[in-house]
Design a protein around this ligand. Structure first.
Ligand code: GAF
Length: 390
């Protein structure tokens, strides 16, 4: 899969620009074991980069033009390095322009280049195809033009690009996971300090299976930004009663309960979820270290119902997938993953049952919704990198 992606991207570049690329880069999508919607709430998250990539091919030019080429949709976009950068149509260009704009803001100078990219990260499935695009471009330009950016700065550039040019006020998890991924390791990221620790992703007889509801998360932008506003309001109300609270990390469930009436039903539920989810990440990390996979799975499932009932970012299709897979023999945990409103569920299943589980889930899902379920067994892989043999 990876080799084929690289070969096809390289060939497409040659065909498009009549020269071979001088450098190739791979930027992965991500999964998240637990810690959903808490990266922008000063929580902890537990993501990992996966073996699905955006591949970029590049050649620097001796002029001032930038050519961007999306192989998979056969569309191109050109601009000059001096152009004023603002969001445009089509949308895919914004993930790239956003990065160019962030480099400008940081006074990082680049020259002209030609670029083609192609992806095996499914789009709109909650696997962070946009973060992979943003971080891949930032990483590549950093390498080609010697910009001196650290991996952390590359992740932050990706996040800012998403805020300013895609309109999603995302946290840092996706970009961080894409850039800092390591083979067979999950990353426990402290989203306040950006300190991180790698943990062995050793799941014994179990594996992670992604089920793609194929419901594209079209409400994600508005739904996501609404949630951010709600928790911001909630935190301010909590702080006004409890001045020692700086972030949700300092909040207890008792505080939220005490303010239930003042917060009102919606904001109360959102805050409740955040406080519980921050605690669940620590529990999940301990379970992973102790190889207590039942507890890990149970914690993941608790997260799902919190996301569904308290944070209200799931959808009927994903709720059905979670309920149904949990009835299959040996399945330990299941939950929606990523921003929500569609996309994938992540499931902790017995490796030996994988085929049976997939077959059962496919037929149950089709019977209920008339939708063909996609599935992705995933491997945990390394983060954004230059592919050595251009
Ligand atoms: C999206 C965002 F981009 C992340 O920052 C994160 O908030 C996630 O939704 C939910 O955990 O992927």
């Amino acid at each position: 899969m990876k080799k084929q992606l690289i070969r096809q991207t390289r060939e497409h570049f040659q065909h498009r620009y009549h020269q071979a690329p001088e450098a190739l880069f791979l930027s992965p999508g991500r999964i998240n074991i637990i810690g959903e919607h808490v990266d922008y709430n000063d929580g902890f998250v537990l993501p990992a980069a996966i073996n699905k990539y955006v591949c970029f091919a590049f050649r620097k030019t001796d002029n001032e033009m930038i050519s961007l080429d999306a192989k998979d949709i056969n569309e191109s976009y050109s601009l000059s390095i001096h152009d004023n950068l603002v969001p445009v149509e089509p949308m895919w260009v914004n993930y790239l322009l956003g990065v160019l704009d962030e480099l400008k803001r940081r006074n990082k100078k680049i020259a002209g280049f030609q670029m083609t990219f192609s992806s095996t990260v499914p789009m709109g499935s909650g696997l962070s195809s946009s973060a992979a695009v943003e971080c891949g471009l930032a990483f590549a330009l950093n390498t080609l033009f010697d910009l001196g950016l650290s991996r952390q700065e590359i992740a932050l550039i990706g996040q800012q690009a998403e805020h300013r040019f895609a309109g999603v006020k995302c946290g840092i998890m996706d970009q961080f996971a894409s850039v800092f991924g390591k083979k067979n390791k999950v990353i426990k990221l402290d989203c306040t300090t950006l300190d991180y620790t790698y943990y062995e992703a050793n799941l014994g007889e179990y594996s992670l299976l992604l089920l793609d509801s194929c419901v594209k998360h079209t409400h994600l932008t508005s739904g996501y930004n609404d949630r951010r506003n709600e928790v911001e309001v909630g935190l301010k109300m909590i702080q006004s009663q409890f001045p020692a609270v700086h972030t949700f990390r300092d909040c207890s469930l008792e505080m939220i309960e005490q303010l239930k009436t003042e917060l009102g039903d919606i904001i109360y539920k959102r805050c409740l979820f955040v406080v519980k989810e921050i605690a669940r990440v620590s529990q999940a990390v301990a379970a992973l270290q102790a190889k207590d996979f039942s507890l890990l799975g149970q914690t993941m499932t608790e997260t799902h119902w919190g996301l569904s009932k308290e944070y209200e970012v799931s959808c009927p299709e994903i709720d059905f997938l979670v309920e149904t897979i949990l009835q299959q023999e040996g399945v330990l945990g299941s939950r929606m993953m990523g921003g929500g409103f569609g996309g994938c569920s992540i499931n902790l299943i017995p490796k030996a049952q994988e085929k049976t589980i997939i077959a059962t889930m496919k037929s149950a899902y089709f019977e209920k919704f008339g939708i063909h379920l996609n599935y992705y067994p995933v491997k945990i892989s390394k983060g954004t990198t230059q592919y050595k043999k251009a």
